[in-house]
Design a protein around this ligand. Structure first.
Ligand SMILES: Nc1ncnc2c1ncn2[C@@H]1O[C@H](COP(=O)(O)OP(=O)(O)O)[C@@H](O)[C@H]1O
Ligand SMILES: [Mg+2]
Length: 447
């Protein structure tokens, strides 16, 4: 008999006995008994274990990693260059953000792969309406509308698709695991079956999952560990959609895919590098600074906006959802210590135009310049841009890909670039102003 375990529905934590409150995430009444160990293999019997051999690393021949293009360079980019046969991809995002739309477009573009689109949320007629609205033309796309994993397993055996899209993991269940879809056991079992199917058949599987308001996939974290790639949809300003890789066994996780949501579907952003710049006819206001960042392999120009006003409460607060508050506090502390500018009695509001979230270290300098500009009321020179990391000692540190950043800045009309001191002359922009110390760069702006 299998050992009894209880799994938290919220975070996936396991306990040997039932508890009213999960000791890991603190949610109440979320532990339920696991029965997954008792479940036989999906094909009705326990699968025989294949013998495994130890081999010397030198005897192993690398096979070429083939990739299948999704028909979208932005999606290919976040996947690391396209879909890897045999792999599994989790596509997460809030309801209504565009997961089904992008996946239907992808299914349409993968006509050669014999795609099976499994919908456990929408009827065939609803999907056909979307297909027509998006002006898709595939004649080979197959649909299966069911909430039962047993039906999916039968279809996989019978139809032998090359690519499977499941929309969504939280609405499908297997009777033997329990009647309710979306539980930890259901999610674990269904993903395991699909991931195994992809590996055994060199197919590809996309698993769509809803995320909760706090940004987590509703269900266990374990799903993220099981798949090869995890992609999250984020909402930018207006119709912008950003797809960010959180995990990728076959590529970089820093890449972003940029799309706009239209009635005709998810369209790739044409000019990503300048998508977040604000074109102004008049002089630039104090409190704004442009940063040249590198997300993955791509340079982007972003505008950081800062506003400082006397604190409303007895202590000051930071309001920012696109840059972590801890980074803003650190940069403000550096300004206070090394430039002599105090933010003690000020509330700080920070934003990035276009609604993109940025974590790259190279924005430190632009953040400092935006804060300095907001507090002093001195606008930064027009057509200026920066990239640099700041140390707690007030130094400006070099960042990777500086030439690439400068070239992109110059391409979009930037004349002046602030950064760390460089040994060689930077010719990619009209004027490169480099210094070891933040204080000197700020003096250069002030003068
Ligand atoms: N009939 C329609 N006309 C125009 N846009 C639509 C229509 N139906 C849905 N949309 C757009 O598609 C989005 C929903 O996309 P969808 O792929 O269903 O999201 P998800 O699968 O992430 O819940 C909506 O937010 C809306 O912008
Ligand atoms: Mg959907």
């Amino acid at each position: 008999m299998a050992k009894r375990t209880f799994i938290c529905n919220n975070c996936g934590h396991t306990e040997p006995k039932w508890l009213g409150k999960c000791p890991q995430c603190g949610s109440w009444n979320s532990l339920e008994e696991s029965s997954i160990e008792n479940k036989k293999g999906s094909r009705g019997s326990v699968k025989p274990i294949q013998s495994a051999h130890i081999r010397n690393i030198q005897d192993i021949v690398e096979d070429e990693l083939s990739r299948i293009t999704t028909g979208s360079t932005e999606l290919d980019r976040v996947l690391g260059g396209g879909i890897v046969p045999g792999s599994s991809v989790l596509v997460g995002g809030e309801p209504g953000i565009g997961k089904s739309t992008l996946m239907l477009q992808t299914a349409n573009a993968l006509a050669d792969q014999k795609v099976l689109y499994i919908s456990a949320e929408e009827s065939a007629a609803q999907i056909k309406r979307r297909f027509t609205r998006l002006e898709l033309k595939s004649t080979s796309l197959e649909l299966l509308c069911t909430n039962h994993m047993e039906e999916v397993e039968k279809a996989l055996q019978k139809n032998k698709p090359g690519c499977v899209i499941l929309d969504s993991i939280q609405t499908i269940s297997n009777q033997e695991i329990g009647a309710v879809p979306g539980t930890v056991n259901q999610i674990k079992y269904i993903s395991h079956e699909l991931i195994q199917w992809a590996r055994e058949n060199n197919g590809a599987v996309f698993i769509i999952a809803h995320v909760t308001k706090d940004g987590n996939i509703a269900g266990p974290k374990v799903l993220e560990h099981m798949v090869d790639t995890v992609l999250y949809f984020e909402e930018g300003s207006h119709d912008l959609r950003i797809i960010r890789g959180k995990k990728n066994r076959f590529g970089s996780v820093d890449e972003l895919g940029l799309f706009t949501m239209t009635s005709k579907g998810c369209r790739q952003v044409k000019d990503p590098a300048s998508r977040f710049l604000i074109q102004r006819e008049n002089v630039i206001p104090a409190g704004t600074a442009t940063a040249a960042v590198i997300e993955g392999t791509r340079p982007l120009l972003i505008e950081i906006q800062a506003l400082t006003i006397p604190a409303k409460g007895s202590f000051n607060r930071i309001y920012s959802d696109k840059i972590e508050a801890s980074r803003i506090a650190r940069v403000a502390a550096i300004l206070e210590k090394h430039v002599g500018m105090s933010f003690n009695d000020q509330d700080l509001y920070i934003n990035i135009a276009g609604g993109i979230r940025v974590q790259e270290v190279g924005i430190d300098l632009a953040l400092a310049l935006a804060l300095f500009s907001a507090r002093s009321g001195i606008a930064l020179p027009e057509k200026s841009c920066s990239a640099g990391e700041l140390s707690l000692a007030g130094e400006v540190l070099q960042v990777n890909g500086l030439l690439n950043r400068c070239k992109t800045a110059a391409e979009y009309g930037m004349k002046r670039f602030y950064g760390a001191k460089e040994k060689k002359k930077i010719q990619a922009v009209e004027q490169y102003i480099g210094s070891y110390r933040l204080k000197d760069l700020i003096s250069a702006i002030n003068s």
